[in-house]
Structures are given as C-alpha cells and as structure tokens.
Design a protein around this ligand. Structure first.
Ligand SMILES: Cc1ncc(COP(=O)(O)O)c(C=O)c1O
Length: 382
C-alpha cells in the first residue's frame, strides 16, 4: 500500500470510534436494520439534526445526491424551468436538475471564497428561473445575506447544498437553516460520516409532506398501512446502521471541526510566505474546512497538475476539486447545457485549485511535515 492510501485509510478509520461501533452493534442485534420512514436511530438522528439547525423537519436519506434529487422532485419542475447552480461544484447539483426535466443555468463564483457571486446570480435570473442552489463549497458558507435577499426579491426557491459544510456558520447561524430546503451529505469524505447518507431539512410543512412521501416511494400519509400512493417517489431512505454511526458522529462534530480549523490555520501559517492563496474565510463566517482549499498564483496555472503530482510524490495527500467547471464537462457539452465563457472566474479557479487534507485523523506533526514538504515543492516551481 502506498503512503497516500495508508493515510486515507487512517483518516477513514478515525471516522468510526468505539461508541460508533457499539451503536452499530446494537442495531445489528436489534432486529431492525431498516424501517419504513425510520427506526429509532433514524428518528433520533433526524430529531438531533432538527434541533441543531433549529428546523422543524429533517429527513435522513441514502446520500447527498438522493437528498438533492428528492428536493428537485419536490419542486415539481417543468420543462423550461431554470435552476441557478454554481459553475464550480459537484456534478450532482446539475444532474438532479436535468433528471427532473429542468435546465441548470451556471453562475460564476467569487474570486475570494469560491462560492456563488451574488452579482452574477442577478445577471443570470430570467422569467423562467425557479430556484437557486447555494453550495457552501469546501466548508465555507456562501454570502447568505445577499443570496437570501436576491431569492426573496426575485421569488426564487432557495436550496442549500451543505454537503461539505455541516457545522459551518454564517453570522452565528448554521448553514442548512437558510434554505427553503437544505441538503447534507454524510459520505466518507465529509465532516460527518455514515459511509453513505444524507439529510434534508426544511421548515415548510408542505415541502415536508411531499418529501416524506417521495423519499418512501410516494406513499400516501398519514395512514401508510392503507397502502396507497399519492406521489411518484424513490426509495431514498437511510438505514438504521447509517443512522447509528451518524448519531455518534454528530456528538463528535463540534470537536472534529475544531481540529480541522486548527490544522487549516497551521497549514496557512507555514505557507504564509508564499504566493499560494487560500479560500477566504470572511470575518462573520465559520468555515469547517472539509478541505483547506488553495490556488496557485496565475503564473503557475499550467503547472497545477504537475504541482499536485509532485506533492503526492512527497507522500502528502492533496487533490484537485474540481479541475473542471460543470459547463466544461463532457456530458454538459454533449447535451449543450451551459457556456464556458459565461463563468470565467470559475474556469480560472478550477485550473489553479488544490485541496489539502485537514482531517482530524491526521496528527499535528503530520500537518507540519506536509506543509514543509509542500514548501519544498513550491520552491522548485518558484
Ligand atoms: C457539493 C456536493 N454536493 C453533493 C454531493 C453529493 O453527495 P453524495 O456523495 O452523498 O451523494 C457532494 C458529495 O460528493 C458534494 O460535495
């Protein structure tokens, strides 16, 4: 096994502690691995997420992607409806829109925090715009004051994608508490891990009714035993095993995020005298650093991949998330969605971006060693 694989395994192992394992064993012995609309662990996990975020409803799901898909389905989209999506994000934010028959319209990002640029959001709104998907990329909350105001003034449904930002705050308020509907992912690389899993939260009784049904094959409520269906739905529910892990992770979340923040600061301090720059954490935000994300200076744009390869060779975990904006992907070009020229900042950042691991499964000494190795690689590129 090479050094990077060993490190990734070490990080993954740290995601599950003894209490997490004990929780899972209890589930395995309980006789309920899954239950329609949640057994006791799923229900408790939902309850705790609602309490943390101050939301009326939370629904545990099978993944971040299924959360986003169910959300789009709950909006009852029609052909021609447009959904604003950041150009630099994970593919799921666009694919769920297309799957539900609407069109993603890509929006540019800000140079400092790599999140949606409110000015470009305004430019991309048309009569057909129905919703806005705000992604809090790499753990950094987007500019919520401006985005919430734009959504309100233009009658747009606000969806938050908090896949990389559970526990992050904007002006002392948790992300996931702003959107009409907000989605989370608990995939292995996220700040809260269930293996695969996700959560949808909302304050809206009407969205809650729809989501509750479509996450469980469209079953009609409240008397599910009547066995009738009033929506076309999916099976996107979380199992008890995932919820048992998730609950334990939720107890640890605050401490784990604090470690991520400490490591991010350490990395930034050691790399301060370089012209590598890092995603800006605005004063009134609390970034939970799913990754510490940086960009190479402009003059090294064409050297980014070489830089990442050299850093990996030193045994330092690093990745490029994302080397392509969504309109540049093969599938978007093939089906003619998006125009690369309309999100120039995102394209530029995607060619210079790199992500460093600040996972709590790493030690402080490892972070120091990694940062010093990166400094050495950087000297060669200067
Ligand atoms: C921003 C963003 N949105 C959505 C997803 C999809 O989440 P999942 O992998 O749980 O389906 C991810 C995770 O990969 C993500 O990073």
């Amino acid at each position: 096994m090479n050094k990077i694989t060993t490190l990734l395994k070490k990080m993954n192992k740290q995601n599950v502690d003894k209490k997490g394992i004990d929780n899972v064993v209890k589930v395995l012995k309980s006789g309920f691995l899954s239950k329609p609309e949640g057994g006791p662990y799923v229900k408790l996990f939902q309850h705790r997420m609602s309490r943390l975020l101050g939301r009326r409803f939370s629904f545990a799901t099978s993944s971040g992607t299924s959360s986003l898909h169910a959300t789009m389905a709950a909006l009852n989209l029609k052909k021609g409806d447009e959904i604003l999506v950041p150009s630099l994000t994970f593919m799921a934010d666009a694919s769920v829109v297309i799957q539900e028959g609407a069109t993603p319209v890509f929006v540019d990002i800000c140079e400092d925090d790599f999140n949606l640029d409110p000015k470009d959001v305004l430019k991309k709104i048309t009569k057909r715009t129905k919703a806005l998907i705000v992604v809090h990329l790499y753990g950094q909350p987007a500019r919520m004051d401006e985005l919430v105001k734009i959504a309100k003034e233009n009658n747009l449904i606000l969806i938050e994608d908090c896949a990389q930002a559970v526990g992050a705050k904007y002006k002392d308020r948790f992300v996931g508490s702003f959107g009409d509907i907000s989605c989370f992912s608990f995939y292995q690389t996220k700040n809260l891990v269930c293996g695969e899993g996700g959560m949808i939260t909302t304050n809206s009784q009407s969205y809650a009714n729809t989501l509750r049904s479509i996450l469980n094959n469209g079953i009609k409520h409240p008397n599910v035993d009547d066995y009738d269906f009033d929506h076309i739905g999916f099976n996107y529910q979380m199992t008890e095993i995932q919820a048992a892990l998730g609950l334990r992770q939720l107890e640890r979340l605050d401490n784990l995020n604090k470690v991520r923040r400490k490591y991010a600061m350490l990395y930034k301090e050691i790399l301060a005298n370089t012209d590598l720059t890092f995603q800006k954490e605005a004063d009134d935000t609390y970034n939970v650093y799913c990754y510490l994300t940086g960009i190479l200076p402009k003059r090294l744009t064409n050297k980014r991949d070489q830089f990442v390869r050299e850093v990996l060779k030193q045994g330092v975990p690093i990745k490029r998330q994302y080397p392509l904006t969504l309109p540049e992907t093969q599938i978007c070009r093939k089906i003619g969605i998006g125009n690369v020229a309309l999100t120039p900042v995102a394209v530029e950042i995607s060619k210079r971006v790199f992500n460093l691991y600040v996972h709590p499964g790493l030690s402080q000494n490892e972070i120091i060693d990694f940062a010093e190795s990166i400094l050495k690689v950087y000297q060669k590129f200067k």
